[in-house]
Design a protein around this ligand. Sequence first.
Ligand code: NAI
Length: 738
Amino acid sequence: MAATDNEEAATKKSKTKTSEKTEPAFTLELKASGVAFLVIDVKGEKVNILSSLVMQELDAMLDQLHQRKDVKALIILSGKPDNFIAGADVNEIRNVVSPTEGAEKAQLGQALLQKINELPFPVIAAIQGACVGGGLELALACHFRIARVHPKTRIGLPEVKLGILPGFGGTQRLPRLVGIKRALELILTGKLVDAEKAGQMGIVDKVLPIDHHGFMKAEAEEFAVAVLQKFKRHAYENKRNVKRLQSFLLESNSYGRNFMFEQARKQALKTTRGHYPAPLKALEAVRRGIGISLQKGLEIEAQLLGELIATEVCKNLISLYSLTEELRKDTGVEKAKSEPREIKNVGLLGAGVMGGGIAQLLAFKGLNVRMKDIDQNALDLGFSRAEQVFQKAVDRRKLTKAKMERGMSQITGTLDYRNFDNCHLVVEAIVENLEVKQAVFQELEDEVDDKTILASNTSSLSISDIGSKVKKSERVVGFHFFNPVHRMPLVEIIRGDKTSDETVVTAVAFAKQLGKTPIVVKNSPGFLVNRILGPYINEGALLLEDGATIEEIDRAMVNFGMPMGPLQLLDEVGIDVGHKVAHILQEAFPDRPAPSQILEIMHHDGRLGKKGGKGFYLYGGKKSTVDPDVYQLIKHVNQSSKFSEQDVQNRLVFIMLKEAVLCLEEKIVRHPRDVDTGLIFGTGFPPFRGGLLRHADNLGLDKCVEIMRELAKLYGERFEPPKLLLERAEKKETLREM
Ligand code: NAI
């Protein structure tokens, strides 16, 4: 089942409903050889989606085909060169409200695909481009599959990422085709594979080499004619059996199977920490489907899909999916008139922690990088930082050594501005000092082309101030990566007072070129993410002051779904950095409570956090452990109140919510969705909760107001519900969907 489309497309779709009626998605063409082509091409859409309308049309088409005596073999292929079928319609999944309705939807899809399977002649899916979710389930219902090697050919079942399971037969047909272990690899992770890997796994019977000249009709017809001959058909079927034999030993006995299922369950629990029900239900569907008829297996699958589809986690994940789809199309400005400029050569100032990481990412993405520092040793360190990231990818077999070498050769180093005149964009990542940055930007301006974009990676300084000494300050923009650069998906694009639309549009497009998710943020202290994290980390320290233990505080947030708690996060960021940011925010917002004394104590004790080997935790051993000396250090402030996990979570979540709502009031972001995106991709806020604002919407804004008032009574004004929250609660509105 599952996977594509968004709200915008939904509106578009409803507008084109009439044209869909007149313009069919399917065409049938019969060749003299008796081989027919059923071509799917949903008009007006970039990708083919199995919406209800498309499925109804396919159903009618299959009824016709069941009657045809002149068809000897059928090939199902797409009329779109880089998309086979991208899955079911996400909007339809979003709208399902009850388990029964969900199960019925699955049954309809299953019955349709079963009709393909029961056609009285060989049916071949000819795959080029994305073949995911319902697309792969359709292909699995065919008797054979061939796939073309193509940059867009991606095959898999990503349903678990939307909080559901493959409900059009995927959990039943895939294990029967390729064995349980291989099927679980795809079903439980949502991972997509290319054509070659699909061939190795036994998902496709034949892999066609890359061909830049278009579609594969001729080769597909040749394949169909071949499988019309019994011995050729058996040869392909035998090949599948040989592949299946590899997993037969483990899977053919119940002991081996149980062991495998138990391992998979443990792994799923480890990665989901029990917050995502879909992988476990998918596992159940596969397990219960073993040794029973396909029909019975499909019934179980439909019922389990129904149980998932109406859950809050599923709706949250779908909302997150739609939000990222929206952002994928967002240019960064309303009604953009400017086109993004092409970026190939990038200058980089500063080869430090961030510079080294940024150089690696740029080179990995095929850009030419000119990295400058003021010191040869620093430059050498920058190269070795970039190399380390590449090397890790090679060690984990994510990259070949040759690709790493090619990447490293794209980075050149310099102590002066030679070749900066060729750069389309320069990223500045030098020390966090306004005067130094201003001087460097002034100097830089004379070394680059008139049109070069000047981006600063500052994490706390004002972009308008940094650009104030530059003659053409409309090309100055904030481009805030998060650390570690290769892993953190978010980039905050900060718009200064003078930044032009063209600069913003180019910065947004450039972030996407790097595979990142950009959000455009107003130039304001802490931008978005650090502004919200500041009070969160401070509240963690205040909880410690009040008597909660380090473990209790961090564990509560991990159990809430965060990757780590606030004190561990402070250790990761660096206590020195956290201390500095806390004071910057304090200066910017003098009415807010002062930073916790604990931050001062830890800072004055010279603790740096993880990078210095000790902070709240001790590092160096295999596992970090809480440093008991911290309790000695803070004993004069340490109170002895007791807190439940819920108390800790409430203080930490609602202090973030308050700041997030203030950011909405001050229009720090262009759209509420950007708050949720920023927190999910910049801090790891749990995706299954759909984002902080959505979490508040799900709780109910009335309830949020009530909890915050309670917290304000106990801990002070900082928890008083902000104006916008009160207004929305009053009007029974939500924060996210406005
Ligand atoms: P760092 O101290 O590791 O590196 C700074 C580098 O800049 C040093 O190698 C230094 O020699 C070099 N440098 C100083 N003046 C220079 C100049 N005039 N021209 C060229 N190079 C010069 O600093 P880090 O942590 O990499 O931070 C850099 C920037 O990135 C800062 O603005 C910081 O706020 C920002 N940032 C840092 C993050 C972090 O987690 N470290 C996260 C996000 C942003």
